[in-house]
Design a protein. Structure first.
Length: 197
């Protein structure tokens, strides 16, 4: 195979991928993530199902790709905010704000996030791992000397409470607001970390 053929195939692959992403984004917005099938995406993007599945093994992979840019921007914004807030705000207030920002991100991206396989999202996803490390460092900073609180477990519990599936259930089925969810997490997960004034 010559270089011209290789370049053309790469260009075709990029174009197919972009068509798939554009089509999926539109269909998800119009019909909802759970209502759209991979077959429907392939048809509307005018690509074969084999092409679609070569790029994305299942809808969760496609949703993860659509989340990538907004997740990277979110991580950059949260990291910058934490760095500029250290020394200006108490660590507890920083942790509270980070959790609020996670809930905001989850609220905006709930449908895409819930379509991603949750175990894959936790164990292999750099986004989740980064957020976990950030929360764990803030929790560890708040722990008094000799505290029985385990920073890793506490961070897991906090992030479980902000999980997209649970958040969507609380919002859509139970009717709780974003603020009520945040207050419940603050009162149940963070109250033991707040240093009395």
């Amino acid at each position: 195979m010559n270089n011209v053929t290789i370049r053309r195939r790469r260009k075709d692959a990029v174009e197919s991928r972009n068509k798939i992403l554009h089509t999926a984004r539109r269909l998800f917005k119009d019909c909802g993530v759970h209502s759209v099938s991979m077959h429907q995406i392939a048809q509307c993007a005018h690509v074969g199902q084999g092409t679609l599945y070569r790029h994305y093994a299942h809808k969760g992979d496609l949703c993860l790709e659509l989340l990538k840019e907004s997740a990277e921007n979110f991580l950059k914004d949260v990291t910058n905010w934490v760095e500029t807030s250290r020394g200006q705000l108490p660590p507890y207030d920083i942790l509270e704000s980070v959790i609020r920002q996670i809930i905001d991100f989850t609220d905006i991206n709930t449908s895409l996030l819930t379509a991603v396989n949750s175990s894959k999202f936790i164990s292999n996803n750099p986004f989740y791992q980064y957020i976990h490390r950030l929360i764990r460092s803030l929790v560890a900073e708040l722990q008094p000397e000799g505290s029985p609180v385990d920073a890793t477990l506490t961070s897991d519990i906090i992030l479980a409470a902000t999980s997209p599936a649970l958040y969507m259930f609380e919002r859509d089925e139970r009717g709780y607001t974003k603020e009520q969810v945040f207050d419940a997490i603050r009162l149940t997960c963070l109250s033991g970390l707040k240093v009395p004034h």
